[in-house]
Design a protein around this ligand. Structure first.
Ligand code: MG
Length: 385
């Protein structure tokens, strides 16, 4: 069980909910990191008294250092600050809730220190899953997923002695705000339309990914890496109510699922208490009032991102890193209203056709694929205007 955490990404949605759980379970906090939110990080630092507080942005870190000068909290900055936080000896668990590929190197550093990784940064496994899982095995570090679907699968696999007994994993997907619409219908969608998610409240990037279904595509790859299964054994089913969080189908036909209200605090709590369970103050799911549960096949014509992700998963090498980098760049442009909603899959496909895939990549190859993919998207958009 977790006693002390280093929390990478404490001011985002998962970070804030993690601190709620830390408060509830009485966990100590060794480090808090964020990008540039000085006010919130200062408040969090004053409440949890970490040994180290990190802001990635150097100007913001300078401000925070002044603000915390009456405390003995050390303030660090930049990527080296994140690495320090990931390796602090006091922490037995590192929560990786930073957004994007910036989480990769700190995660690898924490693995080498044999920490439990409460993994909330899916890009790490999407871009460098084979590398990360091989390192985790080598150093004996446990990776416990915080993503709700992967936590549901992790919970449904408890007691499974032989992975060959798993026939397939079924990831559930809410369908996002545009369920039922056709590709043509989606052409004029705005960021404001896309930011209305039916069941979960999340950050902007992941909310857009949920609207394009790229989030589910990333989660298919995340599941393949975590549970070492080929993409053919990971399926997606649309489940509008977000009550069944995902399922494991075993070879005898048994399906084991985890159900609950859509609340990230449960998977966060389980990542800390596993293999045990702690009492929760939250109201549990009421089966008598939660309504009917429905399941449908996803529409890959309306939501090509899911199809693209499956193709990249099959291709292997740096294909997933290229896809992820291109998607991050395309989503940022969509949020700035510089490209349309359907341009997101178009830009990802165009980056995949322009950047060469490398097989058996090392970390520098992966970071380079990510960089080239982002550059390809910006270049394509430059050519468009
Ligand atoms: Mg999820």
């Amino acid at each position: 069980m977790t006693k002390t955490i280093s929390l990478l990404g404490s001011t985002g949605s998962i970070g804030r909910q993690t601190l709620q759980v830390a408060r509830e379970l009485g966990l100590s906090v060794a480090a808090l990191t964020a990008n540039r939110q000085v006010d919130l990080l200062e408040r969090q630092a004053r409440e949890f008294h970490p040994a180290l507080a990190v802001l990635y942005d150097r100007d913001a870190a300078r401000q925070l250092r002044l603000r915390l000068s009456d405390t003995d909290i050390r303030v660090a900055e930049g990527p080296e600050g994140l690495l320090l936080a990931a390796q602090l000896p006091q922490a037995d668990t590192v929560v990786t809730a930073v957004m994007g590929s910036v989480g990769l190197e700190p995660t690898l550093a924490a693995i080498r220190q044999k920490k439990r990784i409460a993994l909330a940064n899916k890009e790490t496994l999407v871009c460098a899953g084979e590398l990360v899982m091989a390192q985790a095995e080598r150093w004996g570090a446990d990776i416990v997923p915080v993503d709700s679907e992967h936590s549901a699968i992790f919970q449904s696999l408890q007691g499974c002695r032989d992975r060959n007994e798993v026939r397939r994993l079924l990831l559930t997907c809410s369908g996002g705000p545009f369920f039922g619409r056709s590709f043509r219908d989606l052409e004029g969608v705005t960021p404001a339309d896309a930011l209305k998610h039916p069941n979960w409240s999340m950050g902007a990037k992941i909310t857009i990914d949920s609207a394009t279904l790229m989030n589910k595509g990333l989660e298919v790859i995340e599941a393949m890496r975590l549970y070492r299964l080929p993409v053919e054994q990971v399926d997606v089913v649309i489940h509008r109510q977000s009550i069944v969080h995902s399922l494991v189908e075993y070879r005898d036909g048994a399906m084991i699922a985890q159900l609950g209200t859509p609340d990230m605090k449960l998977p966060i709590r389980y990542a800390f208490t596993w293999p045990h369970r702690a009492p929760s103050p939250d109201t549990p799911l009421d089966l008598l009032t939660c309504g009917d549960l429905t399941f449908r096949a996803p529409d890959l014509d309306a939501f090509p991102c899911l199809r693209i992700a499956r193709q990249c998963a099959k291709a292997g090498g740096t294909a997933c890193a290229i896809m992820n980098g291109a998607n991050e760049a395309a989503v940022a442009l969509f949020l700035q209203e510089r490209v349309g909603f359907n341009d997101i899959p178009r830009l990802v496909e165009s980056a995949l056709s322009r950047v060469e895939v490398k097989y058996a990549p090392d970390l520098p190859d992966i970071l380079e694929a990510d960089r080239q993919a982002r550059a390809a998207v910006l270049q394509t958009v430059g050519d468009m205007v």
